[in-house]
Ligand binder design. Structure first.
Ligand code: R5P
Length: 298
């Protein structure tokens, strides 16, 4: 019997297979049965053997439906007495980690406390948006860095001797530090602000030299593409030779790909935390290592 059984939702099969191979565990899919009125139910075809379960589920796209589906699976696993760990590759709602405007709910706390309520002790994710959610009181959260994998991908695809790493805002400065030290190049941070009511992003002009450089903008996620597109246009206007983007979570909503390409982004490096046919960087190995370490701590 494997030390830990793996249960996964359908859209996470690729990750469950990659992680299952490393943990010596056969992934068990959960089926989702939709109803005409918008409700759904879930069903596991067999009971997990091991008392320890790793439940793998993507929460994007359709975060709201996916969270409800996850709660139903957790409720079942909890009701049959399993000890539950969860792997959520992209932690939805991590951006709402505080009451930005008076009267707003701290969404991430609501989601994590529900997962904990149904027995999740440890939640693994990749590059959680804000470190603040790591200190939530409901469960232990482990954020696995995709920066080493992104650095390897960058090194494999381009000559980095003329590169600089750029953080599109102060919040991504630590990621930029990590990537630039792995690449052995300099990094700089840009200054971005977001209007909390309209969501509009403004990026200030830069006062560092990028002329003739190959810039790599690094961020945790690309959603509408506004942050990276703004940064790219400014870097090009200051004479960058090329601008690439390296990010963990490729939400890439709406016309973001067009926006990025028309702002002059050349190469894009991103992981498979979100299902995309061109997500070339697989993070299963890093996740399996983190889970194995955590199971051994028992
Ligand atoms: C925000 O601070 C995040 O780190 C990202 O920079 C942001 O969510 C990206 O969103 P968008 O692509 O819509 O600008």
């Amino acid at each position: 019997m494997a030390e830990i059984s793996i249960v996964h939702t359908a859209e996470s099969q690729d990750l469950a297979t990659g992680i299952g191979q490393r943990l010596g565990s056969r992934p068990m899919p959960v089926s989702e049965i939709p109803f005409m009125d918008g409700e759904l139910k879930v069903r596991l075809a067999e009971k997990p053997e091991s008392p320890e379960v790793l439940f793998i589920t993507r929460l994007y796209p359709n975060p709201n439906r996916s969270i409800v589906r996850a709660l139903f699976v957790l409720h079942y696993l909890n009701s049959i007495g399993k000890r539950i760990r969860m792997f959520v590759p992209y932690m939805a709602y991590a951006r709402q980690d505080r009451e930005f405007l008076e009267g707003e709910s701290v969404s991430i706390e609501a989601v994590l406390s529900q997962f904990a309520h149904f027995g999740v002790t440890d939640l693994f994710t990749v590059d959680v948006h804000s470190e603040k959610s790591l200190s939530n009181k409901s469960l232990r959260m482990h954020s696995i860095s995709a920066i080493p994998a992104l650095a390897e991908a960058v090194k494999g695809a381009m000559d980095t001797k003329n590169a600089i790493v750029i953080s599109p805002d102060k919040g991504a400065a630590a990621r930029a530090n990590g990537l630039s030290s792995l690449l052995g190049v300099e990094n700089f941070a840009m200054d971005k602000s977001r209007d909390r009511v309209t969501g509009e992003v403004k990026t200030a002009d830069i006062n560092f030299d990028v002329k003739g450089k190959d810039a790599i903008i690094v961020d945790d996620m690309v959603s509408t593409g506004g942050s990276i597109a703004n940064a790219s246009s400014i870097l090009h206007s200051h004479g960058c030779r090329s601008v690439s983007a390296a990010f963990t979570h490729a939400l890439l909503v709406g016309n973001s790909r067009e926006k990025l390409s028309s702002s002059g982004i050349g190469r894009m490096f991103f992981t498979n935390t979100i299902s995309n046919s061109d997500a070339a960087i697989d993070i299963s190995g890093e996740v399996a290592k983190a889970v194995i370490g955590n199971v051994k701590e028992l």
